[in-house]
Design a protein around this ligand. Structure first.
Ligand code: DSN
Length: 412
């Protein structure tokens, strides 16, 4: 008998890897800004019997029998999503944030239409028009970036909008630490009659906790992931206040780009939206922001921070004496996990980069506070300054911090 058969699990190879990944997560600190720790309930509902159910279609209009409970679940999830984000309509079926964006494009654009989104290298997302992604291949993509203050260049957005008359303007970022002016995007979109899509994937949790402006009454449509600051399962959602857009988007997802919805993930999304409306969650987000501010302030003593600081859950650190790839590897050697990231006007390739992105959703979920985050920032500074040299002391101190704040067991 092994550890796993006692839990009714018999695939030793896979379950050895599950155990190893649990140990890795438990013994390292994730400062990857898009990662988080989903609760046990959210993880368990993804292994529920709903994984057995096909439910192509929508509540009341399915292509399979036996969907009466699936209907109730999906309606509950939609209702909770709408309540959380103050929206009228929600589609909770997208398998991911990119699928959510693809569905919106599929519903509201024709191949060859022009879209205006943020450049990936400036902090935008692949699915906002990058030439290596479907969004830049199927659609004619124009990109805006940052100005000399390293803030979104709204003059450029306007200039490009007037020049190219895109059918859709996309606001939303993967690596940007300041607050987006949703209203200004709306005004520019209105000037040319464009559709305005706000991709809130990174800041959805901040919006849910009312600690970041909600674009739901400003943009025509919102897309998001559910696993970043929201702390939910890996997946996507689409929100809108417009019935005509909602109808098109429903078709855009199914039969447009997806088949059967992942009902087990929808169960977890429903739990996530319920959790995120609580006071406890609002406190969690306040802590995420305070922790990020603490890391960012401490790091700014030795490094430049893109955009001059952060108002969110993440910051981008500029590296003068090494690449992002090197810093990522050195930090990982000490149990601190980050990702390399481009900085404005980066002369290194996306595989090397001249920066790293740091975020606090995950370490805050395991209980780190401001004090621990300042300590982490000091370790980061020292590790990068030491370059290739491994500090056994820091390594041990990171492990001690991890042991003090363990993550939830993966099997109960
Ligand atoms: N991979 C996500 C992130 O790290 O921000 C974006 O899709």
């Amino acid at each position: 008998m092994n550890n796993f058969t006692s839990h009714g699990l018999s695939d030793i190879e896979v379950h050895t890897l599950l155990a190893q990944e649990y140990e890795r997560q438990n013994n390292t600190v994730s400062l990857i800004a898009s990662e988080n720790l989903a609760s046990t309930q959210i993880r368990h509902s993804q292994s529920s019997v709903f994984t057995n159910k096909y439910a192509e279609g929508y509540p009341g209009k399915r292509y399979y029998g036996g969907c009466e409970i699936a209907d109730k679940l999906e309606l509950l999830c939609q209702e909770r999503a709408c309540k959380l984000f103050d929206a009228k309509y929600a589609n909770v079926q997208p398998h991911s944030g990119s699928q959510a964006n693809m569905a919106v494009f599929n519903a509201l654009l024709n191949p060859g239409d022009t879209i205006l989104g943020m450049d990936l290298s400036a902090g935008g997302h692949l699915s906002h028009g990058s030439h290596i992604n479907f969004s830049g291949k199927v659609y004619k993509s124009i990109a805006y970036g940052l100005n000399e203050k390293e803030l979104i260049d709204m003059d450029q957005v306007k200039r490009l909008a007037l020049e190219h008359k895109p059918k859709m303007i996309i606001a939303g970022t993967s690596a940007y630490s300041k607050i987006i002016d949703w209203q200004l995007f709306r005004e520019i979109a209105d000037e040319i009659g464009a559709i305005f899509l706000a991709d809130i994937a990174h800041v959805a949790g901040l919006i849910a906790a009312k600690q970041y402006p909600n674009p739901v009454n400003i943009a025509d449509v919102l897309t998001s992931t559910t696993h970043k600051t929201l702390k939910g399962p890996r997946g996507g959602i689409i929100l809108t206040n417009h019935e005509n857009i909602f109808k098109k988007i429903n078709k855009g997802i199914f039969p447009g780009i997806q088949g059967g919805p992942l009902m087990h993930v929808i169960a977890s999304k429903a739990i996530c939206f319920h959790d995120a409306i609580s006071e406890e969650y609002q406190t969690y987000i306040s802590n995420v922001l305070a922790n990020n501010k603490a890391i960012c302030n401490e790091l700014s003593k030795n490094f430049d921070i893109v955009s001059g600081g952060s108002d969110t859950h993440l910051c981008i650190v500029k590296l003068a004496d090494c690449t992002g790839k090197e810093a990522e590897a050195w930090l990982a050697n000490h149990g601190i996990i980050v990702n390399k990231n481009m900085i404005p006007n980066d002369t290194n390739s996306p595989f090397e980069t001249s920066g790293i992105r740091i975020g606090t959703p995950s370490c805050t979920s395991r209980g780190f506070g401001v004090e621990e985050c300042i300590q982490l920032a000091k370790y980061i500074t020292k590790i990068i300054q030491n370059q290739n040299q491994v500090s056994e002391t820091i390594k041990q101190e990171v492990i001690s911090l991890c042991k003090k704040y363990p993550i939830e067991q993966y099997l109960d």
